[in-house]
Design a protein around this ligand. Structure first.
Ligand SMILES: *Cc1c(COP(=O)(O)O)cnc(C)c1O
Length: 215
C-alpha cells in the first residue's frame, strides 16, 4: 500500500469531527508530501531539527504540531515554527513558551500532556495534577490551552489502555466545566496506529498516526 492509499483508507472511515494528524518522525519529506497530497492537513513532529528540515521543504501549506518532549533550550525555535505544542507538562515549560511567544508577538495554542498510565519514567502530568497546572498557566497571555493529549502506556492490554483514554476524556470534560476564561477545551488528542479506533470510541477528536500511514 502506498502512503496515499493508507491516508485515504484511514480518512474514509473517520467520523466527521475527528482530525487525522500524521506523525512524521523519521520519515522523508517526500513521504510527508505524499500524505499531504492525500488529504493530511496536520503534521506532528517529535524533534525540532527534523521538523526544521521538513518545514524548509514543505512550508506552511499544513499545520505543524509539536508532539515530542520539548526541552527549555529548544523553545525559541519551537515557537517560531509550530502552530501548536501538544506536550505541555509543567508550569516552567509553559512560562518559557509564553515569554518566547511574547517576543515574536504570537499566541501559541497548547495541549496539556496527560501521563494517563501514571508511568514515572514518562513525560506528562499525572491526571490528578492537571487541573492545578491548567489553572496556573491559564493566566499566561501568549499561550492558550486548547485541550489535552495523552499517549497511554505502551505495554498495556487494551482494557488498561481504554481506562487511560476514559480517564483523560473525563478530565477533559471536567476542565471544560471549570469555565476558565482564557482556555478553550477543543482538542482531545489520543490514539495512534494500534489504538485510534478505541480512542475515537472514547472521545478523541485528534488522532496521531505514524506507522499506519508511512510504514
Ligand atoms: C510516533 C508517535 C505517534 C504515532 O505512533 P504510531 O504507532 O507510529 O502510529 C503518535 N504520537 C506520538 C507522540 C508519537 O511520538
Amino acid at each position: 500500500m502506498t502512503v496515499k492509499e493508507n491516508v485515504q483508507n484511514i480518512l474514509r472511515n473517520l467520523p466527521e469531527n475527528v482530525i487525522l494528524e500524521a506523525a512524521a518522525k523519521g520519515r522523508p519529506a517526500e513521504s510527508i508530501q505524499e500524505a499531504i497530497g492525500a488529504g493530511i492537513s496536520i503534521i506532528g513532529e517529535n524533534y525540532i531539527q527534523e521538523a526544521e528540515g521538513h518545514y524548509k521543504l514543505i512550508g506552511h501549506c499544513v499545520h505543524w504540531h509539536f508532539i515530542g518532549h520539548l526541552q527549555k533550550n529548544k523553545v525559541k525555535k519551537a515557537v517560531a515554527l509550530f502552530d501548536m505544542i501538544e506536550t505541555i507538562d509543567s508550569v516552567e515549560l509553559a512560562r518559557e513558551i509564553d515569554s518566547r511567544c511574547k517576543e515574536i508577538n504570537k499566541v501559541m495554542p497548547v495541549l496539556i500532556e496527560i501521563n494517563s498510565g501514571r508511568e514515572v519514567q514518562k513525560h506528562g502530568v499525572f491526571p490528578e495534577n492537571a487541573v492545578s497546572l491548567v489553572t496556573e498557566i491559564s493566566g499566561l497571555s501568549h499561550l492558550r490551552v486548547a485541550g489535552l493529549m495523552t499517549m497511554g502506556p505502551v505495554v498495556a492490554d487494551s482494557t488498561q489502555l481504554r481506562a487511560c483514554f476514559i480517564e483523560t476524556r473525563n478530565l477533559f470534560e471536567n476542565i471544560k466545566k471549570l469555565h476558565l476564561s482564557s482556555i478553550r477545551m477543543e482538542y482531545l488528542s489520543m490514539g495512534m496506529s494500534d489504538s485510534y479506533r478505541m480512542a475515537i470510541d472514547e472521545g478523541a477528536n485528534l488522532i496521531r498516526i505514524g506507522r499506519k500511514i508511512f510504514a
